[in-house]
Design a binder for this molecule. Structure first.
Ligand SMILES: Cc1cc2nc3c(=O)[nH]c(=O)nc-3n(C[C@H](O)[C@H](O)[C@H](O)COP(=O)(O)OP(=O)(O)OC[C@H]3O[C@@H](n4cnc5c(N)ncnc54)[C@H](O)[C@@H]3O)c2cc1C
Length: 446
């Protein structure tokens, strides 16, 4: 039997898992290594615009994601005292982009993706280090990755280690697997570096490339059961130096997020809920009710970073980089994860198992680098507006927002033009999914 080409995905976040599912469906033998002890993403929501939903449709996850989402894009833009500046509705997004933005729970999205992988394909508690990016030329050497497994995990998962040995045999060279008590070396035809914003693989393959830059603000997130009177409420509220957002999730839950312009690396002296209370406790309903409902340990805080410069490429040797590892962006367009999902399906589309890998990776870079860098730039531009602290400047900003909403209600959506209307590449891997069915399934049914 012909051996399948092997892909090793570093990182079990949304980007890595989407790539793994897409490559598995494309015929690759895929292993995902994740350094965390479990695939347990942060307790937060994630907005998925139509571009990401179409990408998920290609791997038949789109319907399930939409089914887990409650909110579909309708909401209000407000000021801290409660004044409404603008309203957004689904219809406008559907008109403009062919579908609404939905917000899913991250854990549910990750579970849906992981469930589509063959059993044993994900190895947690395993930290990967790129040893050799390999050479994608004809007969070129495979990529090599060292996997460190903590002693306890190594001791009790001999079966997994054996599974790795068989599932990672490459076709361009015999896989080498040398294992000490804690290390394992794997070779693969393709390595997908989806190792997130502080990507060690990015540093290894592009050592001169500058690290992501602090965007000037920090972000808090949490999910709580909807307190009384908060169900169905969606708003984003802009105040001096900060933003608060509230979005309903399915199952009677609320996803809340907030940002504030502060120096990097700060932490609340007491706890992050107390910090949110100090900054946002006097803002309009439902902000105080949500802060009453959340426990201090449930509030996540992350400083926000953005790409300091475009990388030379999204690939090097047999390594493809994707997601935050290669295009970290501010969350202001809700596109970081969406772009990671797009990367994943484009990569799988280009990298047919019998394709010339070097040419496929070059095509991947050509399609993804300029597009994602434009999204990085647009998100950062909006991010900068949210850091304004001067009250006269904020009053002017509010006036402009209100006037814009009156004169051209769809104008606010313009920031997502040529982003949210994206469609996956046509061909074997095309979705073309308007609505809920993938093109492939439509053809089957017709
Ligand atoms: C406040 C905030 C709100 C956001 N909201 C949205 C939104 O609404 N919509 C949206 O699309 N995006 C949003 N984003 C962006 C989105 O969260 C990211 O772009 C997305 O999660 C990136 O996914 P990823 O798979 O590339 O990286 P990650 O999710 O960071 O995954 C990387 C994984 O790699 C693992 N890893 C790292 N190093 C190694 C190693 N050496 N070996 C093994 N495993 C390793 C990590 O443990 C991690 O699990 C938001 C971001 C923030 C900060």
């Amino acid at each position: 039997m012909e051996q399948r080409r092997t892909a090793l995905v570093i990182g079990g976040g949304i980007g890595g898992l989407t790539a793994a599912v897409a490559l598995d469906r494309r015929g690759w033998s895929v292993t995902v290594v994740e350094r965390a002890a479990a695939l347990a993403p942060v307790g937060a929501g994630i907005a998925l615009a139509p571009n990401a939903q179409r990408a998920l449709d290609t791997i038949e996850v789109g319907d399930a994601v939409r089914a887990t989402a409650d909110w579909q894009g309708a909401g209000e833009l407000r000021l801290p005292g409660g004044r409404r500046l603008a309203r957004t509705d689904n219809a406008a997004a559907v008109r403009r982009f062919g579908g609404p933005v939905v917000v899913a729970h991250r854990a549910e999205l990750v579970a849906l993706l992981a469930a589509r992988l063959p059993e044993g394909a994900v190895r947690t508690h395993a930290t990967a280090t790129l040893v050799d990016p390999g050479d994608p030329g004809p007969g070129g050497r495979p990529a090599r990755v060292r996997i460190a497994v903590p002693d306890a995990a190594a001791a009790d998962d001999g079966d997994n280690a054996r599974a790795d040995r068989t599932s990672n045999d490459g076709d361009t060279a015999t896989a080498t697997h040398t294992r000490t008590a804690t290390d394992l070396e794997l070779s693969a035809d393709l390595v997908v570096a989806a190792d997130g914003i502080h990507s060690a693989v990015r540093r290894a393959v592009f050592p001169g490339h500058p690290a992501p830059r602090y965007a000037g603000f920090t972000a808090w997130r949490f999910v709580v059961p909807a307190p009384d009177g908060v169900r169905g409420v969606a708003h984003e509220t802009w105040g001096p130096g900060g933003v608060w957002g509230t979005v309903p999730l399915a199952g009677g839950r609320i996803y809340a997020y907030a940002t504030a312009a502060v120096p990097a690396g700060g932490r609340a002296v007491d706890d992050e809920r107390a910090e949110l209370l100090r900054r946002f406790g006097a803002w309009h309903h439902p902000v105080p009710a949500l802060l009453d409902a959340v426990g201090p340990a449930e509030v996540l805080r992350n400083d926000v970073y953005t790409a300091a410069a475009p990388p030379p490429a999204f690939h090097h040797g047999r390594v493809a980089l994707l997601g935050d590892a290669v295009h970290p962006m501010t969350p202001n367009l809700g596109q970081g994860g969406c772009q990671a999902v797009e990367d994943a399906v484009v990569l799988a589309h280009e990298a047919a198992p019998d394709a010339d890998l070097g040419a496929a990776l070059a095509a991947y870079t050509r399609q993804r680098l300029p597009r994602t860098m434009e999204v990085v730039r647009r998100a950062e531009r909006i991010g900068r507006l949210t850091t304004w602290r001067s009250r006269p400047a904020c009053a002017l900003r509010a006036g402009l927002m209100a006037a814009t909403a009156r004169l051209a209600p769809d104008l606010a959506l313009r920031a997502l033009d040529e982003i949210a209307d994206w469609r996956p590449p046509a061909g074997t891997y095309a979705a073309g999914a308007r609505g809920t069915r993938t093109a492939a399934r439509r053809e089957e049914q017709e």
